[in-house]
Design a protein around this ligand. Structure first.
Ligand SMILES: [Zn+2]
Length: 234
């Protein structure tokens, strides 16, 4: 689970990795015979048993640095990834992180270019709110309207949804399923939500080779954790 890729002065929400660090992390993967792919591709490979050596790479929020910085690095390594955009804030800023460093979000044209580059684009809701605190109708709006907007923008199917802050309970997972998404990413796994609360591991700028090795091992254990408490993430 990545967010932003940029050089930075301050990063209070720990959502940024530097380009140099990302290159080192991808080189670490490649040296171990691992290849980064988008989440939808990983899910499909898992279904037909061809997922060995694949690592799902996800980038939340849809920062402009995904197209400017992350994609060239991904392409250098022959990797692909998924990026999840906030539908009502396309071309805007990460207003939900206020106060904090302002980061521009991709425009409609940039998102279309991302799809043309072979990357997966999914939904990260309409407005990046804590979904469990919303009414049923607002929840449905965040999930369904964001998908419709992104499909209209890219002309490509939108298979994946990412819960803002990783906040998901049974109601949210059912709503995403009902809305026709193929999968959704959380942080902690949930046995009851299955493919609608896929576990992810936070990867940050401090994640050196040693830490990646620990996180890789820990991630493989997470599938056995059932219905653990919701964890905050941006
Ligand atoms: Zn987010």
């Amino acid at each position: 689970m990545y967010h932003s890729v940029a050089d930075y002065d301050e990063d209070p929400h720990q959502i940024t990795v530097t380009p140099d660090r990302l290159e080192k992390q991808f080189a670490w993967m490649r040296a171990r015979g691992l290849r980064g792919v988008g989440a939808a591709e990983l899910m499909e490979a898992q279904e037909n048993g061809s997922h060995s050596g694949l690592v799902g790479l996800t980038f939340d929020d849809g920062y402009v640095d995904f197209i400017d910085v992350a994609i060239p690095i991904l392409q250098h390594f022959g990797f692909t990834a998924s990026v999840y955009v906030v539908a009502d804030l396309i071309g805007g800023e990460n207003v939900w992180d206020h106060p904090g460093p302002v980061k521009p979000l991709m425009t409609a044209d940039q998102i279309a270019t991302v799809v043309a580059c072979g990357m997966e684009v999914g939904s990260h809701s309409c407005t990046h709110q804590h979904l469990p605190s919303l009414s049923d109708s607002d929840l449905t709006d965040e999930i369904e309207r964001s998908r419709e907007q992104i499909v209209a923008l890219t002309g490509a199917p939108v298979q994946g949804f990412v819960y803002p802050y990783g906040d998901v309970g049974p109601r949210e997972a059912q709503a995403v399923h009902r809305s026709g998404y193929d999968y959704a990413c959380a942080i902690w796994p949930s046995a009851s939500a299955g493919r609608y609360a896929l576990p992810r591991t936070f990867i940050g700028d401090r994640d050196s080779s040693l830490r990646l090795a620990v996180k890789r091992r820990r991630h493989s254990w997470r599938r056995y954790v059932t219905d653990a408490p919701v964890t905050a993430a941006r």
